[in-house]
Ligand binder design. Structure first.
Ligand SMILES: Cc1cc2nc3c(=O)[nH]c(=O)nc-3n(C[C@H](O)[C@H](O)[C@H](O)COP(=O)(O)OP(=O)(O)OC[C@H]3O[C@@H](n4cnc5c(N)ncnc54)[C@H](O)[C@@H]3O)c2cc1C
Length: 451
């Protein structure tokens, strides 16, 4: 039931229709209805452990978990509640392939590097499945594949070669879907066919996070909420990590702050551009409508430069839809009507369906559009998800733990020793974002109409 006359709280902007907002509307991540990040009883900061991990998202928890399995004790410190960052706010789409396309301003990875990244991305998906299985994480994991809709005819023509490349680089189980066949994948005629990737699916991101947190706590790992790290001092052979709730002496520090990286680590802040994708969830749909939208319960993305990503909720009852429409900062409630229009373009049958939730969170972009793992100024890091980190940041955290433990079989294609920065970005003002956003929008517009 759509609320007709505005909302109880947080109304849309002056020129935006309130008609789309359900009477239960909240500016709140839909996933938090099942699990809200919480601080609980604050546990004390330990005085000394081997490793301090800054940031309790997938990357930080996965590092701590693997270190514990390797017999190394760690503390995880988060400025807010564990899971407050992107890890409980995402779309929950999970893929097992790497991005090997040419980045906007950096060279494309060579074929050897692309093959190693693809192999690692496949390993990331396997790791996620193993963790879900071993830790008995009930997070609605559906390995139902991903349909990437072709935004333009030329995108579709390129998809066959792309499918072949993905299959040869790794076992992506990719194939093209002709326009006349796409109705069996998606209840939409919006796309010019698409690419189906078998090694993919979707999960409930907050329940997956909760499962990882439970696994850490079962192993006695200290995960400290409300403990912003305010200062890092090199001391003896290690570090003195100063938090607002006390100091801890450690041998190694891991930075796992991704899109929330701040002035504590300026060397990473200027290598990571925070960006906010926006999301909405609809009211529960009829079973017939849900089946029509997603006959195979796949996850969905498209080949547009400004990517759109969506899927049914884990219980199959709602549409959960994400993208970004404008490039100035807006609240989720202000962005929701614009996002709704993008959804209706793809799914006209959702017109009139109310939305119950809208939210956002931070991802981190890097110049080469790839995630990075490594060591800089003595600090270990797993950073730069570029919008896709459910499996990848879990994987990088796990690999980083193996590296810190000095495992002889450690290898990671994302540990390149290079982490580019740009002289025109100081880590604070994102003055160039509207320019790049509008450029990408224009290219998308041209492609859709003429190519
Ligand atoms: C709206 C949205 C949709 C997304 N959709 C998808 C998707 O469908 N599929 C996918 O794969 N990925 C998706 N992502 C990306 C994915 O959520 C992230 O890549 C992933 O969660 C990053 O995990 P992380 O552990 O690196 O960082 P986060 O989970 O962001 O954790 C970083 C933590 O660092 C903490 N922190 C920062 N500074 C300090 C400090 N000084 N002291 C202590 N703590 C600090 C923060 O409080 C935060 O909790 C999406 C992200 C968003 C925001």
């Amino acid at each position: 039931m759509i609320k007709q006359n505005g909302m109880k709280s947080m109304g849309p902007g002056p020129n935006m229709s309130a008609d789309i907002f359900h009477s239960d509307y909240r500016e709140f991540p839909f996933w938090w209805e099942a699990y809200t990040p919480q601080s609980g009883n604050l546990i004390d900061i330990p005085r000394g452990v081997r490793v301090a991990i800054i940031g309790a998202g997938y990357a930080g928890l996965a590092t701590a978990l693997e270190l514990s399995k390797l017999g190394i004790d760690a503390v995880v410190l988060d400025a807010e509640s564990p899971g407050y960052g992107a890890s409980t706010r995402s779309g929950g789409l999970v893929g097992g392939t790497a991005s090997v396309k040419k980045p906007l301003i950096a060279p494309a990875p060579d074929s050897d590097h692309a093959a190693r990244m693809t192999s690692d991305a496949g390993d990331g998906l396997k790791l996620l499945e193993r963790l879900i299985d071993e830790e008995k994480i009930d997070c609605g994991w559906h390995k139902t594949g991903r349909f990437t809709g072709a935004w333009s005819k030329s995108d579709f023509r390129r998809m066959k070669a792309h499918a072949d490349k993905l299959n040869s680089l790794g076992n992506a189980n990719a194939q093209v879907v002709a326009p006349e066949d796409q109705r069996s994948e998606i209840g939409s005629d919006f796309y010019f066919g698409g690419l189906l990737t078998g090694e993919a699916g979707h999960l409930h991101p907050a329940l997956y996070f909760q499962g990882l947190l439970d696994a850490c706590q079962r192993r006695g790992i200290a995960v400290c909420a409300k403990a912003p790290v305010e200062n890092l001092q090199q001391a003896d052979a290690g570090w003195l990590v100063k938090t607002s709730r006390g100091d801890v002496r450690v041998g190694d520090v891991v930075v796992a702050t991704n899109g929330y990286t701040g002035g504590l680590t300026p060397q990473f802040q200027r290598r990571l551009i925070p960006l906010q994708p926006y999301m909405l969830a609809t009211e529960p749909l009829s079973a017939d409508l849900a089946k029509d939208l997603s006959p195979q319960n796949r996850s969905f993305a498209d080949s547009r430069r400004i990517v759109t990503f969506f899927r049914l909720s884990s219980d199959g009852k709602r549409m959960v839809f994400g993208s970004r429409v404008k490039w100035r900062d807006m609240t989720p409630t202000e962005m929701a009507p614009l996002l709704y229009d993008v959804m209706i373009e793809r799914y006209p049958q959702l017109k009139g369906t109310g939305i119950t939730h809208a939210w956002t969170g931070n991802v981190a972009l890097t110049l080469d559009e790839q995630p990075h793992l490594g060591r800089l100024d003595g600090l270990h890091y797993a950073l730069g998800c570029n919008g896709s980190g459910v499996a990848m940041m879990t994987y990088l955290g796990t690999q980083l733990a193996r590296k810190i433990a000095g495992q002889t079989n450690y290898r990671c294609a994302y540990d390149t020793g290079e982490f580019a920065t740009h002289p025109l970005y100081n880590g604070r003002s994102r003055w160039f974002l509207p320019m790049i956003g509008n450029y990408l929008k224009m290219r998308d517009w041209i492609d859709r109409r003429w190519r």
